[in-house]
Design a protein around this ligand. Structure first.
Ligand SMILES: Nc1ncnc2c1ncn2[C@@H]1O[C@H](COP(=O)(O)OP(=O)(O)O)[C@@H](O)[C@H]1O
Ligand SMILES: [Mg+2]
Length: 373
C-alpha cells in the first residue's frame, strides 16, 4: 500500500521550510492528494482546489473578515468545504474573538488520551483537539504526562530540565497554578509541560503512599477545575492528559484523575492489537480506583482514504466501539506532521488544511456529544 511520511520526514516534492532549516515565511501549496480530504463515513463532498496558502503568516482581521465571520456558519453546509477552510483560517487568526463561543460544559471535563502503543497519534490528537476547542472559545488545559515532552514542543512551551512541570506536580506536589503556562499562539489554551525529569518519577514515587492519586489530587485541588458554582466563570472547560506509550504509574495517575478516555487508533494493520490490555487496565482502574472512568471517545487517526485496509480497520473499530467512535476520521496529512517542527499545532500552522478541518470537526463532536459510556 501507499505509505506517506508518517513521521513528518522530508517530502521530496516540497522545499524544506522547517524553522530549523529555513527562513522561508509562507507555506507553498500542499500537494493535492485524495487521502488529505477530511473524511467522514456519512459524507464525502468533492474537495476543491485549496484556497489560500498564506496561512502561516499572521495578519489583522479586516471589516470584511468580521462580516464573514458573523455570517451564518458555512460549516453547517457539507457542500462548501472551501468556505469551511476560509472560515477556519479566519477563526484561527482571530482566536475566537469574532464569534460567540460554543456552549460550555457544566463542569470541567477531564479526558485522558491513552493507548500504550507509540505513534498512534496521542500527542497529535491531544494538541490539535485542545487547540480546536480553544479556538471555539473553550478554556482548555493540556497536561503533558510523557517525559518526551512532545505535546510541550508542539505547543511551543519551554520544557528544559528544571522548568516547572508535571514532575513538580506529581513528585513535589506543587500546586497546578505554579506549573501552568499559557500557549503563546492560543490565549485560551494552558499547558503543564513535561521535562525529562518525569522519566524518573515512576521510580521516585514507588515508596510513596497513594502514589496513583497524585495527579487526581493536584487537579481536584485547583480552584479552576469544577463546575460553575465551585470554580466560577474562569473554570477550565476541558483538561486533556497526554499519556506516555506505556501502562505504568504515569498513565495510571491519569486514569485515576480523569473521567473520560479518548483513545486514538491508527487506521493501520495491528491497530487493535494491544487494545485488550488497555481496556483490561481500564476495567481494573474502574473496579478499584476510579468508578467514574468511561471510554467516551475513540478517534481514528492517520486514515488513508485510498486504501481498503484503512476502511476495513475503521469499520472493525466501529463494530467494536459503536457510538463512541468519532464520525470524523483524521486523514494522514503532511501538514499535520510538519506543524510540530514549527512549534505549532496544525490548527494555527495551516487552519484551512484538511487535517485542521478534520480536527475542528472532531472537536465539535466531542464538545456536543458528552459522555456516552
Ligand atoms: N494525521 C496525521 N497525518 C500525518 N502524520 C501524523 C498524523 N498524526 C500523527 N502523525 C505523525 O505520526 C507520528 C506519531 O504521532 P504522535 O502523535 O506523536 O503519536 P503518539 O503520541 O501516540 O506516540 C508523529 O510523527 C506525527 O507527526
Ligand atoms: Mg506522544
Amino acid at each position: 500500500m501507499t505509505e506517506s511520511r508518517p513521521d513528518g520526514t522530508e517530502d521530496p516534492r516540497e522545499p524544506r521550510r522547517s524553522r530549523y532549516f529555513s527562513t522561508g515565511q509562507n507555506s507553498p501549496a500542499e500537494p493535492e492528494s485524495p487521502q488529505d480530504r477530511p473524511v467522514s463515513p456519512q459524507a464525502t463532498p468533492p474537495w476543491p482546489p485549496r484556497v489560500s496558502r498564506e496561512t502561516s503568516g499572521r495578519r489583522v482581521a479586516t471589516a470584511s473578515d468580521v462580516a464573514a465571520a458573523t455570517a451564518p456558519s458555512p460549516f453547517a453546509d457539507e457542500a462548501t468545504p472551501l468556505a469551511a477552510a476560509a472560515e477556519h483560517t479566519l477563526l484561527a487568526r482571530s482566536n475566537a474573538r469574532l464569534r460567540p463561543p460554543e456552549p460550555r460544559p457544566r463542569s470541567t471535563r477531564i479526558l485522558v488520551v491513552a493507548n500504550q502503543k507509540g505513534g498512534v497519534g496521542k500527542t497529535t490528537s491531544t494538541v490539535n483537539v485542545a487547540a480546536a476547542l480553544a479556538q471555539l472559545g473553550q478554556r482548555v488545559l493540556v497536561i503533558d504526562l510523557d517525559p518526551q515532552g512532545n505535546a510541550s514542543t508542539a505547543l511551543s512551551i519551554e520544557h528544559r530540565r528544571g522548568t516547572p512541570s508535571t514532575y513538580d506536580l506529581l513528585v513535589d506536589q506543587a500546586p497546578l497554578s505554579e506549573v501552568v503556562v499559557t500557549c503563546p499562539d492560543i490565549p485560551l489554551l494552558d499547558v503543564v509541560p513535561a521535562t525529562i525529569d518525569l522519566a524518573g518519577a515512576e521510580i521516585e514515587l514507588v515508596s510513596v503512599v497513594a502514589r496513583e492519586n497524585r495527579l487526581h489530587r493536584a487537579l481536584r485541588g485547583d480552584p479552576r477545575i469544577g463546575d460553575a458554582e465551585s470554580a466560577g466563570e474562569d473554570r477550565y472547560d476541558y483538561v486533556f492528559i497526554d499519556c506516555p506509550p506505556s501502562l505504568g504509574l504515569l498513565t495510571l495517575n491519569a486514569l485515576v484523575a480523569g473521567e473520560e478516555m479518548m483513545i486514538p487508533i491508527q487506521a493501520e494493520y495491528y491497530a487493535l492489537e494491544g487494545l485488550g490490555q488497555l481496556l483490561a487496565t481500564v476495567d481494573m482502574v474502574r473496579a478499584h480506583l476510579n468508578p467514574d472512568l468511561a471510554v467516551s471517545t475513540i478517534l481514528i487517526t492517520m486514515y488513508d482514504a485510498r486504501t481498503r485496509l484503512a476502511s476495513g480497520v475503521a469499520s472493525e473499530v466501529r463494530g467494536h466501539f459503536g457510538e463512541q467512535v468519532i464520525k470524523t476520521y483524521i486523514p494522514r496529512s503532511v501538514r499535520v506532521s510538519e506543524a510540530p517542527s514549527y512549534g505549532q499545532t496544525v490548527m494555527t500552522y495551516d487552519p484551512g488544511s484538511p487535517g485542521a478541518l478534520s480536527y475542528l470537526e472532531a472537536a465539535r463532536e466531542i464538545a456536543t456529544r458528552g459522555v456516552l459510556a
